[in-house]
Design a protein around this ligand. Structure first.
Ligand SMILES: NC(=O)NCCC(=O)O
Ligand SMILES: [Zn+2]
Length: 500
């Protein structure tokens, strides 16, 4: 029984009784992305009804004291791979387990990447829906596009209009599997524009990576240092620049996932300066880790750090933190994609075959608080923005998600800035025996997680219920599209020629 370590509603005397439909969070510092104030938050039937000072309630309401603590919207992770089949293996945790871990870390929604099956988008969507049957938190989906034909084009339309997908992912890396060429990228961008949905790119030049991988391997470098040596920052910068320029050519917004290098970040900054709508996503690993361990002679130690684009050498992370604090990078995800040490060690003689992916869904909120807020680089309101609200805005689910406002879903965390956290692979909620953040400690602890008005994490105890999470359909034409029409009109009038 994969979920037996968690306490289910109704199964254990230690659990809070089934959903109480009325809660009051009392006396905390309520933080939204635009404002913070001391207030109470009153919740009924999973929805925030009132945010105000000194709300009076009856005896039927459960009161949660949040004095001197921060009351914030639950985290939203824009980039996860739960229960993912990848490079011939499947991640160690299923959706339920990963989501339970997320809740323990203060994340109450994620947007996962569904992959097509044999290039067929609708099949990939159906498969994901089945995989997520046990979901214990709300989730949305991005869908990857890995080939192009009439069926793919039609499926994109159906997924947007009937299934609540509002973003598609294009891989410029992983030659021979997910990678697409520029012709497909252009077709995909144009289709996204017509549908009013966000194109996202994994930006590494897959041809050049494959070429350099061969060269490094032929030089006799078979160990994991070869991973970083072949997936260079310049190749991330090139692909980022290419995607940005092609998005500008089509006049569509662009979302660059997991920005890992100064090279890519500077391309994004340049485009933003010229007025282009480009969203850069940081991930926790890129912000707080460096690639030193890839040279570790112990394979298991090095293997924990392998993801793509790679975790970079010291210096990139600090620069990415600065970019996050001044808004070049707009939000933080995880790229959570967890394999255990045995899976990572399936092919130890060829760095090209190692499973790519690191954990982070449980650790993100703590690490970003400590790294960015505790260090003085951003304030609590910015923290809410980069770990929750901005994702809701970009993907058009604000203010239902990402806010503590009357009408928002009651997905809320209580963070104690004076408490501390320590990350251990023995106490994390993943089934994996490894954790790339193992041993990290810092200030700021998520003491309570409330999802849909229900307390699911409190006093270090998780009380989750399978099948309590919902698939959140996301509508197209979010705010990123607000100036696209004007730019098209400007383009047509700039032609100085009669047009139909
Ligand atoms: N990033 C990574 O290494 N694994 C997950 C797949 C992807 O996002 O490229
Ligand atoms: Zn990813």
């Amino acid at each position: 029984n994969q979920t037996s370590e968690f306490c289910y509603e109704g199964e254990s005397a230690g659990c809070r009784s089934p959903t109480t439909s009325k809660n009051l969070i009392k006396g905390g510092i309520v933080v939204n992305a635009h404002h913070q104030e001391v207030a109470d938050v009153y919740i009924e039937d999973g929805i925030i009804v009132l945010v105000q000072c000194k709300i009076k309630v009856g005896d039927d309401v459960i009161v949660i004291d949040a004095t001197r603590k921060y009351v914030m919207p639950g985290g939203i992770d824009p980039h996860t791979h739960l229960g993912m089949e990848f490079m011939g293996s499947e991640t160690i945790d299923d959706c339920f387990r990963d989501q339970a871990a997320a809740l323990a870390g203060g994340t109450t929604m994620h947007i996962d990447f569904a992959l097509p099956i044999n290039g067929i988008l609708s099949a990939g969507f159906e498969a994901y829906t089945k995989k997520a049957r046990m979901a214990c938190m709300d989730y949305g989906l991005h869908m990857a596009v890995t080939k192009w034909d009439e069926v793919v084009s039609r499926d994109m339309e159906i997924l947007v209009k009937e299934k609540g997908i509002n973003s598609f992912k294009f891989f410029l890396a992983y030659k021979g599997s997910f990678m697409i060429n520029d012709e497909l990228l252009l077709k995909g961008f144009k289709k996204c524009k017509t549908l009013g949905v966000v194109p996202t790119v994994h930006a590494e030049n897959g041809d050049a990576v494959a070429e350099r991988q061969k060269r490094i391997f032929d030089l006799g470098i078979t160990g994991l240092e070869g991973h970083g040596l072949s997936r260079l920052p310049i190749l991330e910068g090139e692909a980022t620049s290419r995607a940005i320029r092609l998005a500008s050519f089509v006049n569509v917004p662009l979302y660059v996932v997991h920005v890992m290098s100064i090279d890519a970040m500077e391309e994004i900054a340049k485009a933003q300066k010229s007025g282009q709508e480009v969203v850069g996503e940081a991930v926790v690993s890129g912000l707080v880790l460096d690639d030193y361990a890839l040279w570790d002679p112990d394979f298991t130690t090095a293997a924990k750090y392998v993801m793509s684009p790679p975790i970079r050498e010291a210096g990139h992370g600090k620069a990415l933190q600065a970019a996050l604090s001044i808004g070049i990078l707009k939000l933080v995800g995880t790229d959570h994609c967890t394999f255990n040490s045995a899976q990572k060690a399936l092919d130890i003689d060829d760095f090209r075959k190692i499973l790519n992916g690191v954990n982070g869904i449980e650790e993100r909120k703590h690490l970003i608080w400590d790294t960015m807020v505790e260090s003085g680089q951003i304030f609590a309101i910015d923290y809410v923005r980069v770990t929750s609200t901005e994702c809701a805005r970009v993907f058009n689910i604000y203010p239902r998600k990402g806010a503590i406002l009357a009408v928002s879903d009651a997905d809320i965390i209580i963070l104690n800035p004076n408490a501390s956290f320590k990350i251990l692979s023995s106490s994390h909620h993943s089934r994996s025996d490894i954790n790339v953040y193992k041993g990290r400690k810092g200030k700021g602890n998520v003491e309570v997680t409330i999802v849909g008005g229900k307390v699911v994490w409190e006093n270090g105890e998780l009380k989750v219920e399978p099948d309590s999470g919902r698939y959140i359909e996301i509508p197209p034409f979010g705010h990123l599209f607000s100036s696209i029409g004007k730019a098209d009109v400007a383009y047509l009038s700039s032609l100085h020629a009669p047009v139909h």
